[in-house]
Write a protein that binds this ligand. Structure first.
Ligand code: PNW
Length: 478
């Protein structure tokens, strides 16, 4: 192999977590059980035309009833950590008021099962499934939603804080704000750029208030983090000043809008200026930045593919949002003068180019941005067109190559001084891939959607060997 890999030690630190990740709406099903009421994703997926094939999470992979089997499978594979999300609608069906015990009990049973198998749980409080009643009251563009989230965070913290050490407030607030309220390809499917910027600010506020609420009810040793889908940005032409300016514009809208207030206590000035024609930011109140800028114990990074941009004439017919689903509305408020491009070369089934060096760049960027803050890769993985062979096995050498390439870059970043404490493969098993429905398979474990039977793909066996040995097996050996 090349010099970069041979210079890097093969083994990962002993304490490195080898995990897999999922989210509630994508796997649980049982949407009407034990007091749960609809979230915005129930409403959206049941709206004709919003998901591929009209797919919904009504049954998903029935994890709500099969969690014991799923935890046993993780243990068999050799995983040491599992990141899942809590369905707000199970805990507070209207988004307010006291907790529904039956809802919390499901997560208590799941966590106990994980701990009995020696698997470390990481809880995400919000992975996009806002209770529908809160959306009816205005959703994330309304300030009150942030306060509702803090109450919810406190209830879950009280219930699980004694047995879960790792907490993530929000998953990918960029997707919630800009795919949910600007391009509309995610729930609740609104297309209002001003509302999307309000949503981003109230998601930041929710993170800060939620982090403080968690700390008020949990042991001090517990860790509070947030997972950002930070973009690794590249200019189409590195020598073009205009393309470099486009990179800075999108960097503010993708990254700085969240890590600015969360890590540094301020929005980038250039963001406030570039969006001033859309909003005067009067929803940003005195004291908000202090509330958002809470001490963090770790930062979660989710990475799939880099983002390549160039300057474009605002009137020109160019792609405004490659890889972000199909919409006439851009998820980038005020950036109509930026075009998005795909790197040539290999792509996954999502059409996303495979480029492991983007993960290295992102890790090193946040190592500089937040010195001393432990990092976790809270999602990384790929969709491929997996099918069982005649013998019933599922061979996915492309996914093994993808994981090997990306984990090699994680190891290289650690060797170069980054404090990466763990990696969560997206996803443990095939599941409801949002607006793509069940068409896209991200799992290391194959799910037969007729029988709901689970079969580890060869990538799951490869990853399990990595987890057990603390080093990456050669990709061709499985
Ligand atoms: C993430 N984009 O979604 C989510 O956290 C997962 O729930 C999801 O299944 C996974 O990645 C794969 O898609 C994203 O448009 C969806 O930039 C869209 C984007 C990024 C992440």
């Amino acid at each position: 192999s090349d010099s970069a890999t041979s210079a890097t030690p093969a083994t990962f630190p002993d304490s490195f977590l080898w995990g897999a990740a999922t989210s509630a709406y994508q796997i649980e099903g049982a949407v009407r059980e034990d007091g749960r009421t609809p979230s915005i994703w129930d409403t959206f997926s049941h709206t004709p035309g919003k998901t591929a094939g009209g797919d919904t999470g009504d049954i998903a992979v029935d994890h709500y009833h099969r969690y014991r089997e799923d935890v046993a499978l993780m243990a068999e594979l050799g995983l040491t950590a599992y990141r899942f999300s809590v369905s707000w609608s199970r805990v507070q069906p209207t988004g307010r008021g006291p907790a529904v015990q039956r809802g919390l009990d499901f997560y208590r049973r799941l966590v106990d099962e994980l701990l009995e198998h020696g698997i470390k749980p990481a809880v995400t409080l919000y992975h996009w499934d806002l209770p529908q009643e809160l959306e009816d009251a205005g959703g994330w563009p309304e300030r009150d939603t942030a306060h509702r989230f803090a109450d919810y965070a406190q209830l879950v913290g009280e219930a699980l804080g004694d047995r879960v050490e790792q907490w993530i407030t929000l998953n990918e607030p960029w997707c919630s704000a800009f795919l949910g309220y600007a391009s509309g390809v995610h729930a609740p499917g609104r297309t209002d750029q001003q509302a999307s910027l309000r949503a981003a600010h109230h998601l930041n506020l929710a993170h800060g208030l939620g982090a403080a609420a968690l700390r008020s009810v949990m042991p001090a040793r517990n860790a509070v983090a947030i997972s950002l889908n930070s973009s690794a940005l590249r200019p189409l032409s590195p020598d073009s000043a205009a393309d470099l300016a486009a990179v800075r514009r999108i960097d503010d809208l993708a990254n700085g809008i969240f890590h600015g207030p969360i890590l540094h206590g301020a929005y980038p000035e250039t963001l406030l200026e570039a969006t001033s024609a859309i909003t005067d930011w009067s929803f940003l109140q005195d004291g908000d930045l202090d509330l958002i800028h809470q001490p963090l114990d770790a930062l979660g990074l989710n990475y799939y593919t880099p983002t390549v941009v160039s300057a474009a004439d605002p009137g020109a017919d160019v792609p405004r949002a490659d890889g972000h689903g199909t919409s006439d509305h851009s998820p980038w408020p005020g950036a109509d003068d930026v075009a998005f491009h795909q790197l040539p070369g290999e792509r996954t089934e999502m059409g996303w180019p495979v480029d492991p060096t983007g993960l290295y760049e992102l890790i090193m960027r946040y190592t500089r941005e937040a010195p001393g803050l432990p990092l976790y890769i809270t999602e990384n993985g790929a969709a491929y067109d997996d099918k069982p062979d005649a013998d019933g096995r599922v061979h996915d050498p492309e996914r093994i190559a993808y994981l090997h390439g990306h984990l090699t870059e994680v190891r290289r970043a650690i060797a170069d001084g980054a404090d990466v404490r763990g990696y969560y493969l997206w996803s443990l098993m095939d599941n409801f891939e949002w607006s793509y429905g069940y068409e896209k398979r991200f799992g290391a474990v194959y799910v037969d959607y007729a029988s709901l039977e689970r079969t580890p793909k060869s990538s799951a066996l490869w990853y399990g060997r990595a987890a057990r040995s603390g080093a990456l097996p050669e990709p061709e050996r499985i």
